[in-house]
Design a protein around this ligand. Sequence first.
Ligand code: BG6
Length: 495
Amino acid sequence: MSGTTDLKGDTTIVVLGASGDLAKKKTFPSLIRLFERNLLPEDTAILGYARTKMEQKEFHDRIAPNLKTQKEETKQKFLDICRYVPGAYDEAGAFQNLNKEIEEVEKKRGGKGCNRIFYLALPPNVFASVAEQLKKNCYAESGVNRVVIEKPFGKDLESCQELIDGMKNLWSEKETFRIDHYLGKEMVKNILPFRFSNPLVDMSLNNKTVENVQITFKENFGTEGRGGYFDEFGIIRDIQQNHLCQVFCLLAMDTPDSFDAEAIRDQKVKLLKETKPISTDEVLLGQYTAANGKPGYKDDDTVPKDSNTPTYAAIVLHVDNDRWRGVPFIMKAGKALDEGKVDIRVQYKEPKQQMVAEVARNELVLRVQPGEAIYVKSNTKVPGQDSASVPAELDLTYSKRFKNMYIPEAYEALILDCIQGRHSNFVRDDELLASWSIFTPLLHAIDEGKVPCTTYPYGSRGPEKLDEFMAKFGYQHDKNYVWPETDVAKYAEKL
Ligand code: BG6
């Protein structure tokens, strides 16, 4: 056996939706990295399942181009443990056949117990029926069963509740691993350790010191090719309700009683329940238009010509508790912008008394991607005779500080967590419901066309009114300072 796991005996991982994009781009590439790093349970077998009829070789040829390994021979060894089984998503007979195939690989390994992990890389419309068929026809009587599922977990509070109720009688919460892949990103996994192992940091996170918080997601490409899917959801359901909401929880939750999965998730739910539903007056929406030689959102044939779906949103959360009352949490997310990045920016209040001329506000920035980094924008005296203060950073850039360290990709980290039975980085059912309660009134108002949506050109910073919107919530943008390039001496000359 390799990595630690609570799974005793042999393990079969069944990837449903094996011919789809998610499986090809994320699931199999993550599995091979775990295989290469010797982190899969010993004697793991992998079965791909999908509707497409194809031979083993064709299946291997399909997944092989995305499999990246250190040594070429690892690829063949990995493919040797991957088999493909074609079958429908709604026929009991097809799942009974899948069960036979699983039993076959289990027998070949000597029947030393049979744990089964079902990874549903599937579209939401077949999701409930597959979960049911698996429980009825493929559930291991002895051994551990786990089911891994992916967003979207509904479109609003009601549909999410239905989804949860539909699953509840089939799969227990302990067996269910709901993926939000942001919880597998290195910097997101560092939020709790960074806060709770540094009193300096955690003690500064409250309404006495913090002026505002921003959580930003920017992509420099549009929805090209996914317009049909995206149009049903929009940016808030695609990014803010799940990925950014998870980041918000980890940053703003109170100290848990312990660091086990349930204690952490209890605190997240508590925070979400203390967060008010988003007001339709505190929202800025936009949809990108053709510019810089790039197509507009509605130029995609799969997007209705009269679509009002936002591809950009800035929204504001308010937490009604003693720690955070009065501090706006601004969540911004957009597609087809000027750059790609995800970060958290905590902007502090000004010092009560200015020692020298006015100084810039302190900021604590956690950069999730690209290139993990944590830096504190702080003020320091210009070295030498000058007494002016300039902003300079306390900088923990991972590529400089942690040279040659392996940072696993989010899915790789999460699949390993699932194998090891660790739930902390997966979303619990009550977390989902609490989060949807905050977003649903706004989403319904948008769906009903009650919230205006402006436009912005492909490749820009977003809607024109963005700076005005941010200023309304107290954010001060220091245009002269850009991390990490700002030349401090030049900055000082401007003072
Ligand atoms: C997905 C969204 O959940 O996350 C996509 O559906 C988005 O629209 C993607 O592009 C972003 O993930 P990452 O890991 O590239 O930041």
